[in-house]
Design a protein around this ligand. Structure first.
Ligand code: FAD
Length: 600
């Protein structure tokens, strides 16, 4: 039977041949995660995703969530799937076993997330947010907050959310108006309204713990006056049992184009004047703390995107192998499976290159987390790589995932547009990844105005150094050496553009003009990072073929080399031109008078 979430051979390749994840088990931290254990974990996750989560994907979309007098009912099939996620301890696989985690490497956890999110993105979103909220408590919480919440959240008995967005504070969180007043006992009374809160209310867990951004009365305006609070749906008694209902209620849910199994809630805090929360971290340092969770969820957008794109590719591939339509030009006149048609092959190879590259990138970032954890001395280097790659993993990857799912619809022809096949849902669902956790426009600005300028350009320099290691490795091969030269030339071009952008950003009259090109710059950087990942893969494949691969493996490795060659002569070939356009851009979008846009 055809695979439908992620190609097992490719997941194995990234884990074992590209990142050598079992070598991590030489460190005491990960001693028990040898290859056998890693394979067992991934097989378990795959089984759960395919057998239990995938069957809830379509019913979850059709049934959606129902709001009823403050309560929210999730799709019926989600209850069992959530319980299985809990039973299998899939919410916090990489966290400390002391708090209910499994202590596995992030790289392995990434493979489990790809499968589980691919099984049902809307349901697994609740698990991912629960992990993020609990991790926030683990990092910034007091001992008492950790004891009260952590284990139950990592176990999935209680869930977690993030309450940031307000009607007038979306991209600009510093504009939020939710307020907090300190009580005599050290707690805070919170009041305000939040919107678009994923799983703000649901019927899967006994309690819901809300990290909430609010401003303490008298705090400075803007982002410097924002604090972070923990607001549980039910207060927790000293013995850990559930106490009184807190004054935080869902007032309605959104009707959306996708992830319909995930309730997107409007939340009223303190409507009756009795919403009590505790400070998480320090006063007025809330936004910085919240960024830890936001960065985690930005990566989540990356792996959600990967999972949907990968599913779309595998479905399209399977369909193209079986759908017979039209004869080949110059052939025997008999209709053939559409995989034989040039344009369909182009579409499939485009999809494959992006999916492969995205998988390598997302797993590599997780691998950097692991290296950070076990390293002595080069933690900062790995953190720098993670920091500069996050806008690419979130912004670029989610945009490409939409393209991949869209191409998947096209491969199916008219059937892709119907609800008979999963393609249209994959496309609708994945579209959110470019919007939440900071829109892709904000990711592009983050890359251009912060990440490439931080530490006097150290992050970009370290990324370049990492890419050059792959280029050097590829130069040792016969076939990929040519690709290495192309990537090297693009990297030099990108470095020139980075210098020019940094210089323009220092000039007040130019700063806004160069920002017009932020998204194209993210695209060019993302294409280069994809090219890097694909070259890395091709080099390993070429080496494996040279040492005599088995027949089935030979086809896999040939696919790696051809994918890298295809990407080099399509997307990568455009990088130089794109960068030139960015360098020469005058930012005309700033000059057009508002009236000249028309429409009035
Ligand atoms: C399904 C769903 C689930 C969500 N879940 C959560 C959640 O759990 N918790 C939560 O707090 N929020 C959540 N959100 C909210 C989400 O994070 C916001 O919608 C997002 O951050 C954008 O904010 P906004 O909608 O107010 O758009 P706006 O901020 O109004 O942005 C509109 C457009 O303007 C652009 N823009 C804005 N500012 C700038 C700028 N400075 N420079 C350039 N361009 C700019 C944006 O890129 C965008 O294209 C969710 C949203 C959805 C749809």
């Amino acid at each position: 039977m055809a695979q439908v979430i992620a190609d097992k051979r490719d997941v194995d390749f990234v884990l074992h041949e590209q990142l050598h994840v079992d070598a991590l088990s030489q460190h005491p931290e990960f001693a028990e995660f040898n290859r056998k254990v890693v394979d067992m974990i991934v097989t378990e996750a795959r089984g759960l995703a395919v057998k239990e989560m995938l069957p809830t994907l379509r019913p979850g979309d059709e049934e959606g969530c129902v709001f009823d007098q403050g309560a929210v009912h999730t799709p019926a099939s989600f209850k069992r799937a959530w319980r299985l996620l809990q039973d299998g301890e899939w919410l916090a696989p990489a966290r400390d076993p002391r708090w209910g985690g499994q202590g596995m490497p992030e790289t392995v956890a990434m493979a489990t997330r790809e499968y589980l999110s691919g099984g049902n993105m809307a349901l697994f979103l609740c698990a991912a947010l629960t992990h993020g909220a609990a991790h926030l408590i683990e990092i910034f919480g007091s001992e008492s907050q950790k004891q009260t919440y952590l284990e139950k959240m990592y176990q999935g008995r209680w869930s977690g959310t993030m309450l940031l967005t307000e009607p007038d504070a979306g991209s600009d969180l510093g504009a939020l108006t939710t307020s907090a007043v300190k009580n005599d006992d050290g707690s805070y009374s919170i009041s305000g309204n939040k919107i678009f809160i994923s799983s703000g209310e649901q019927d899967l867990t006994e309690n819901i713990i809300h990290p909430v951004l609010a401003r303490i009365d008298g705090a400075p305006a803007g982002s410097r006056g924002v604090s972070l609070f923990l607001v549980p749906k039910y207060h927790v008694n000293p013995d850990g049992s559930l106490g009184e209902r807190n004054d935080v209620f869902c007032t309605g849910i959104e009707h959306k184009m996708g992830i319909n199994g995930s309730p997107t809630c409007s939340m009223a805090l303190g409507g009756k004047g009795r919403c009590i929360g505790t400070l998480l971290g320090q006063e007025n340092r809330g936004l910085a703390a919240m960024f830890v969770m936001m960065n985690e969820e930005r990566l989540m957008c990356g792996w959600q995107s990967l999972a949907n794109a990968s599913s779309a590719y595998l479905h399209a591939l399977d369909y193209a192998r079986t759908r017979v339509q039209s004869a080949l030009p110059g052939g025997d006149g008999k209709p053939v499976a559409i995989i034989n048609h040039a344009d369909v092959r182009r579409m499939l190879l485009n999809m494959k290159t992006y999916v492969d590259g995205m998988r390598s990138l997302l797993y590599f970032i997780a691998y950097c987390e692991d290296r950070k954890r076990i390293s002595t001395g080069d933690e900062e280097h790995y953190q720098h790589l993670i920091d500069i790659l996050i806008p690419v993993a979130k912004g670029y990857v989610s945009d490409r995932a939409v393209d991949v799912c869209n191409t998947g619809v096209q491969v199916f022809g008219g059937y892709g547009y119907t609800r008979e096949y999963p393609m249209e849902q994959l496309l609708r669902d994945v579209r959110i990844c470019g919007i939440y956790e900071g829109t892709n426009g904000i990711q592009a600005l983050d890359l251009m105005t912060r990440k490439i300028t931080l530490d006097d350009g150290a992050l970009f320099a370290e990324l370049s150094e990492e890419i050059r290691k792959t280029i050097a490795m590829a130069r040792e091969t016969s076939r990929s050496a040519f690709l290495a030269e192309r990537l090297d030339a693009c990297l030099n071009d990108l470095a020139d553009s980075v210098s020019q952008i940094r210089e323009r950003l220092t000039r007040p009259d130019e700063r806004l003009r160069v920002m017009v090109a932020a998204s194209p710059f993210l695209e060019a950087t993302g294409d280069l990072v994809m090219g890097w990942m694909l070259l890395w893969r091709a080099t390993l494949a070429e080496r494996a073929l040279a040492t005599g691969a088995r027949k089935k493996d030979a086809a896999f490795y040939t696919g790696q080399i051809l994918a890298a060659e295809h990407f080099t002569e399509t997307a990568m070939a455009m990088i130089t031109t794109r960068l030139q356009v960015i360098r020469e851009s005058r930012g005309i979008a700033l000059d057009i008078p508002e009236d000249a846009f028309g429409g009035k």
